[in-house]
Design a protein around this ligand. Sequence first.
Ligand SMILES: [Fe+2]
Length: 236
Amino acid sequence: MGEEFLNKWILSRRTFLMFSGLGSIGLLSGLPGRSFAQAKGDVKMAYTAKDYTRLLGMEGFSETLLKNHFALYQGYATNTNKLLDTLGQMLRDGKMNSTEYAELKRRLGWEFNGMRLHEFYFENLGGKGGLDRTGKLFKKLSEDFGSVEAWEKDFKATGMIRGIGWAVLYQDQLSGKLINFWVNEHDVGHPAGCAPILILDVFEHAFMIDYGLKRADYIEAFFKNIHWKTAEARLQ
Ligand SMILES: [Fe+2]
């Protein structure tokens, strides 16, 4: 049963990945405010993928790139729900000591964070205008980095680190300190007890359609579209 179960899971994952690319865009784009799984109408959902179509038309981000990105995000929400459902059923069936349970439990961090990190990312986009120089985020960045310009240099340099991952401005909730972190994978390396203030996706799917290997140009476009009020509202 174990091997069959894992094979089904892997096949299901591959099928999703295949259809979460360009082929699924037409299907997904006509469903504002509804998740992929809800549209299927046959899965009990815990999390609903949010609608970020308000970002379409954002300067420096093509519709193709954004719709691809939305599709990937929707997949994380769908898979988070599938994993929670499956793990819940395995718990009820007393299968917690199985290798399948362990592997699915490991997978949960990847899918859940893949969902949540994209929500933070999309939600800190779509803004117009710069950081409010009289606001608390400007003040805190100046205090912790010496200047907002110094913070920006560090954040951009973090985003330029070779490899796929995330550049994240985190606030340590114990000390209140702001720190830029590089995070390789959704589920590995996030600092404990820290809250994300600003998130930049530097997985290749986030920019290569529009920018090829010119990641610096993508990061400049990201900065032009930061929703600073959202980032500031995350600050404690
Ligand atoms: Fe992404």
